[in-house]
Design a protein. Sequence first.
Length: 92
Amino acid sequence: MERLLEKPHAIYGNAITVVRQPPKKKLPLDPVKVHVQGISETTAEDCLRFYLEKFSDAEVVEVYLGYNNDALATFEHEPGNFESVSFIFDDS
């Protein structure tokens, strides 16, 4: 996960944002799930899966693509440091 936080990234030139999505109720955050925002409509599920795996060093077991250029990814185990899982992808 540290590699995702080190610098901005882009998929097909689209800046994307990944954040931990806290539940509306007071529940503990799930350490193996991340919410990805701002992905391109043309980004395939496999592309996002491979990209997240490359930078997190953990296997992604599920990806649910949303309707608002977002997705929910579930890792096999907690990748790296989830203390600050918010990162922004950019084409820089």
